[in-house]
Design a protein around this ligand. Structure first.
Ligand code: CIZ
Length: 323
């Protein structure tokens, strides 16, 4: 009897071959976020965080970008690459954090604080970016806020990242939005304490979208791109990683002598995991589902993203894996 695991592995190999053929036929590039399933990360031409992926997309000659991530990421890719076809293999792959703010509610907040600058985390819709003054990622949020001349800053939509920035930039007055990432907030203080007891030599690295109690117990707080760099340069051999479990794929691959543990098995983003090899093959076969941001929203959102790039430079957190 052939086991289900063996059958799945065989099926995945067939799908990978099919994807490789279709990719050539469509002149496509497959770009993959750090939180995707392992088998999707295996077929990546480029992997990294959301912004670095959109920037890498600008540099590719491919006509079609298959974006294996969530909706706001594919939107950023379309904003920065208006002449390329951007496909998101599963349209339902959204971001609950990005959905916690609307442009109407942001406009109302701006009316309450007319002196404030608006900083939006990249985890936001194109419409919200269009209403904002400048964007930020988790790796450059502190630098972006520090660069502003305004003392008051409306920071949307992630309150944990906003609180973290406030601590680093006490001279600013940050007005927080009540948004959060439903995946990162699943890590509790108790999970970190237990993981530290189980692995006393491990360093704790947390994403700034985690709760403040978790951040207070962490040795290092950084974005996904920052985690790769930190682990590579650290003398430690063990790490407790407080972010989405997809990160473990590349951390393990790039650091074979080191051990990685999650503080809880619940660090899984259901939206990120919607994309499978089957859906990538379907996307390339049928050329679906196109994500296009155009007109005034695109122009304004592009300015918001470009202003961020003018502050931080085009620092890239990508891995190019052979295309
Ligand atoms: O910007 C990204 O890709 C996200 C969602 C997290 C990170 O820290 O890279």
């Amino acid at each position: 009897m052939v086991s289900n695991e063996k059958k799945d592995a065989k099926y995945n190999e067939l799908l990978k071959k099919k994807i490789a053929k279709l990719k050539k036929k469509r002149n496509a590039v497959i770009i993959v976020h750090n939180y995707q399933r392992d088998e999707i990360q295996e077929i990546a031409d480029i992997s990294g965080d959301s912004l670095a992926l959109s920037q890498a997309a600008v540099r590719t000659d491919a006509e079609v970008i298959v974006f294996c991530g969530v909706q706001f990421m594919a939107e950023s890719a379309s904003i920065l690459n208006p002449d390329k076809k951007v496909l998101l293999p599963v349209t339902e792959a959204g971001c609950p954090l990005a959905d916690m703010i609307t442009p109407e509610k942001l406009r109302a907040k701006k009316r309450q604080h007319p002196q404030a600058a608006v900083v939006c985390y990249v985890n936001s819709s194109a419409e919200v970016k269009a209403e904002s003054d400048i964007a930020c990622t988790s790796s450059n949020a502190v630098e972006v806020v520090r660069s502003l001349k305004e003392k008051q800053v409306i920071f949307v939509p992630d309150k944990n990242l906003g609180r973290y920035v406030q601590k680093q930039v006490p001279e600013k007055e940050i007005i927080l939005w009540e948004g959060f990432c439903p995946t990162h907030i699943r890590v509790q203080e108790e999970d970190i304490k237990k993981a530290k007891l189980a692995h006393p030599k491990a360093e704790v690295i947390a994403h700034p979208e985690c709760n403040p109690e978790v951040l207070a117990l962490s040795d290092h707080i950084c974005s996904t791109g920052g985690m790769f760099k930190y682990v590579k340069n650290s003398n430690s051999n063990e790490f407790i990683i407080s972010t989405e479990n997809g990160m473990l794929y590349k951390l393990r691959k790039d650091n074979p002598g080191k051990e990685f543990y999650l503080p809880t098995p619940h660090l899984v983003c259901a939206n990120m995991k919607l994309i499978t090899l089957g859906w990538v093959a379907h996307s390339l076969e049928e050329m679906v589902y196109e994500i296009k941001v155009s007109g005034e929203i695109r122009d304004k959102a592009k300015k918001t993203l470009e202003r961020m790039l003018s502050v931080t430079g085009e620092k890239s957190g990508t891995t190019i894996s052979g295309y």
